[in-house]
Design a protein around this ligand. Structure first.
Ligand SMILES: Cc1cc2nc3c(=O)[nH]c(=O)nc-3n(C[C@H](O)[C@H](O)[C@H](O)COP(=O)(O)O)c2cc1C
Length: 265
């Protein structure tokens, strides 16, 4: 198995310190399989360049069937997954690239995924720009003003970053906003299970900008909301973009302990 690029600087923020670097070197290799849930959580990251190595259909079926073990409201299981491979995937990509080139978008008004550009408030705004700078400038060498460079990378979203399997995840609109929570659980289960199988993923909301195009090519019913796309495959260990790592805020910034918490003995 090939060694993946190894960055000494990544780790998880725990408490006040940037600590708990992945201690087991094998777990930091992009292509190695995670052996524990913790290893899957630690090694799951958004991979944005894949090898063309196919993923057997039986493996995809197994991952999806297991991901569907995710909890959902009253076991309603409101999700649906469209699995794109081969020519079907190529056709969808071609249609999306056409739409991108002709400036044609079309989002589902039932799913306002994020605040409009320019309306992000703190602390999300700063986190987003830090993420963008780390991905584009530091990892890809694309400057802020380099629209062409940014567009070229953005375009790769619609090719599922070269992954052999592209998924489009939808939920039933009838099941209201709760279905999106269920979809999130399905998605995270899938991404962690992929790590156990030695595979990598990238969740991609970029597909919802072309909701209308997806509906022209896939049998998505009117009741369904397109939640996101997911790239699935073997990470390209030599791709610079896959060296991108993200940090996390300290525990105290998002957890509030109310009441007496017993200390570990
Ligand atoms: C619902 C969802 C949608 C996302 N959409 C995109 C996307 O369209 N394109 C992309 O490159 N990354 C996308 N990401 C990846 C995030 O940028 C990434 O999860 C975040 O920066 C944290 O990095 P990590 O996944 O490597 O830990 C998405 C993630 C989620 C959960």
């Amino acid at each position: 198995m090939k060694d993946a690029p190894h960055r000494a600087s990544w780790g998880l923020w725990v408490g006040d310190e940037m600590s708990t670097r992945v201690s087991d070197r094998a777990e930091d290799e992009v292509s190695s399989a995670a052996r524990t849930v913790e290893a899957a959580v630690r090694t799951r990251r958004s991979v944005r360049a894949f090898l063309p190595t196919p993923v057997p259909r039986a493996d995809v079926e197994r991952l999806l069937a297991l991901a569907a073990r995710a909890a959902s409201n009253s076991n309603s299981q409101p999700w649906h997954v469209y699995v794109l491979t081969g020519d079907a995937k190529r056709q969808v990509t071609a249609a999306l690239w056409d739409a991108l080139d002709f400036g044609r978008t079309g989002t589902d008004p039932r799913y306002p995924y994020q605040p409009p550009r320019g309306e992000w408030e703190e602390p999300f705004r700063s986190r987003r720009s830090a993420f963008g700078a780390a991905l584009y400038q530091d990892t890809l060498g694309v400057d802020r003003g380099d629209t062409e460079g940014r567009d070229a990378h953005h375009r790769r979203n619609y090719d599922f970053f070269g992954a052999p399997v592209g998924l489009i995840l939808t939920v039933s609109a009838h099941m209201r906003s709760g279905a999106l929570v269920d979809a999130g659980l399905f998605l995270q289960s899938l991404m962690l299970l992929a790590r156990e199988a030695g595979l990598d993923t990238c969740a991609q909301a970029s597909f919802i900008d072309y909701d209308a195009v997806l509906r022209e090519h896939l049998p998505i019913s009117d009741d369904e909301i397109v939640v996101c796309g997911v790239s699935l495959g073997h990470a390209d260990p030599d791709a610079a973009v896959n060296e991108h790592r993200t940090g996390r805020e300290a525990l105290k910034s998002f957890a509030t302990f109310v009441g007496e918490a017993p200390h570990a003995s």
